[in-house]
Design a protein around this ligand. Structure first.
Ligand SMILES: *Cc1c(COP(=O)(O)O)cnc(C)c1O
Length: 437
């Protein structure tokens, strides 16, 4: 189905909305940010309508020259690059600490950039999933991102526990597939004495629902369990207040809304109350040593203060360089302004979908803007085949969305680089593809 289709003439009702979309783009105070990113091209040379920034954020134009500078330092300085040049590699990870902490509402000492997301989930579970006696269960949401499920399942087995007994997946069979926090609260009230850890998403990747971290944390703590969060779909997308939520730990990746490139360095949060303690197990490596002692090559491990004690290895400079650039853009644009545009953009897309597709598409994502980020997840009530056929019309028309089995089309208008007109283009092709266009 990858032959270009020939879109028909635009129906009058849609044409009026195109004018509206263009007016919104003209009035958008953040519209110029799009120029700071590389927008992939459709086969006809036009910009793609790119709706998958929730999967891989687009490349900021400033990344390549910044990385080239690091390559030049390496070329010219060799190993001296650790200590010399404008941005010595020895302390490179420290530069992203404050901007990352700002984005997730943490104190700087609580945050460090390292490794990749799933690796970090494991490392954090080494510290914070400590089953003992009958308190040996991990609670996750039903149908989580598979990597998280594999991680918790393997952690249980590592401790000699049976996932059939100890892995609890909470969900309901509702039409919209949303999960109210009360489900977690109810479970913990009943079974809390068996629960060691609740590992929950900030924003659920399939439905786009965002969660109240403080409420889930409070329920976990009341039951005597730890609360950890996977913020892969939350960071850079929704406001997050990790420290205030009381969460024990969190981790996220930097290649979705943080636009730092595929596989780029992850971030972790460990709550202040767990820092600088010697009664919490950790896996150690030399970069977690106190900076004053790191190069003394001593046999004894002297932990760095704060979350840095969880560091294992020397910094991945090239991906951290990309993250530095990207976090600089967030600081410059201001997360508050990005979120305001995000609310407008997603609200506009939602209204267009209701108006032009009505019952032919079901928006699974909560309608309350406080319960979602920019992503909308669309299910096709006519079934998987109809949904798949609709989805497959998008790409030949320069619209990039993604498909999640069994029947979800996910679209994420990202405030940094998506236009209101992109939303219109998406709706136009969905409408044509759903039979009445
Ligand atoms: C994107 C994503 C991942 C990916 O994990 P990596 O270790 O970065 O490959 C894991 N979990 C969730 C919830 C995600 O959204």
């Amino acid at each position: 189905m990858n032959t270009p289709s020939n879109p028909g003439p635009v129906p009058a009702a849609l044409a009026a909305d195109l004018d509206h979309a263009r007016a919104l783009d003209r009035d958008d105070p953040l519209a110029h940010w799009r120029e700071r990113f590389w927008i992939p091209k459709h086969s006809d040379g036009s910009d793609q309508a790119y709706f998958v920034g929730n999967s891989l954020g687009l490349q900021p134009k400033a990344v390549a020259p910044f990385i080239e500078e690091e390559l030049a330092h390496w070329r010219e300085l060799g190993v001296a690059g650790h200590f010399r040049g404008p941005r010595p590699w020895m302390t490179y990870h420290e530069a992203v600490r404050k901007p990352l902490a700002d984005l997730v509402g943490a104190k700087p000492a609580e945050v460090v950039a390292m490794n990749a997301l799933t690796v970090n989930l494991h490392l954090l579970m080494v510290s914070f999933f400590r089953p003992s006696g009958k308190r040996n269960r991990i609670v996750i949401e039903r149908q989580p991102f598979p990597s998280d499920r594999y991680a918790v399942e393997s952690q249980l087995r590592f401790h000699g526990l049976d996932p059939d007994q100890c892995l609890v997946e909470l969900g309901v069979d509702s039409k919209d597939r949303l999960v109210d926090e009360s489900l977690v609260e109810d479970y913990l009230r009943e079974e809390g004495e068996h629960v060691a850890l609740v590992l929950w998403p900030g924003v659920q990747y399939a439905t786009g629902q965002s969660f109240d971290l403080a409420r889930i944390t409070a329920a976990a703590h009341a039951a005597g369990a730890m609360a950890g969060f996977d913020l892969a779909h939350a960071v850079g997308n929704v406001p997050v207040a990790l420290h205030a939520s009381g969460a024990d730990f969190a981790a996220w990746c930097s290649y979705k809304y943080l636009n730092a490139g595929s596989g780029s360095v992850s971030g972790v949060f460990v709550h202040e109350r767990h820092l600088d303690r010697d009664d919490i197990p950790r896996f150690h490596g030399w970069w977690g040593c106190h900076a004053d002692r790191r190069f003394l090559m001593e046999p004894e491990f002297t932990p760095a203060p704060g979350a840095d004690a969880w560091l294992l290895s020397n910094t991945h400079i090239l991906s951290t360089a990309a993250l530095r650039v990207s976090l600089g853009l967030f600081a410059e644009a201001g997360f508050g302004a990005l979120r305001r545009k995000s609310l407008a953009l997603t609200g506009f897309l939602e209204a267009l979908l209701h108006k032009h597709l009505g019952e032919r598409l079901q928006v699974l994502t909560p309608t309350d803007p406080d319960r979602r980020g920019c992503q909308l997840s669309l299910a096709v009530p006519a079934g998987r085949e109809a949904g798949r056929a609709l989805f497959e019309r998008l790409e030949p028309n320069g619209v990039v969305a993604d498909w999640r089995e069994p029947d979800i089309i996910r679209v994420a208008p990202v405030p940094f680089y998506n236009r209101f007109e992109d939303c219109w283009t998406l709706v136009r092709h969905l409408q044509e593809g759903s039979g009445t266009g």
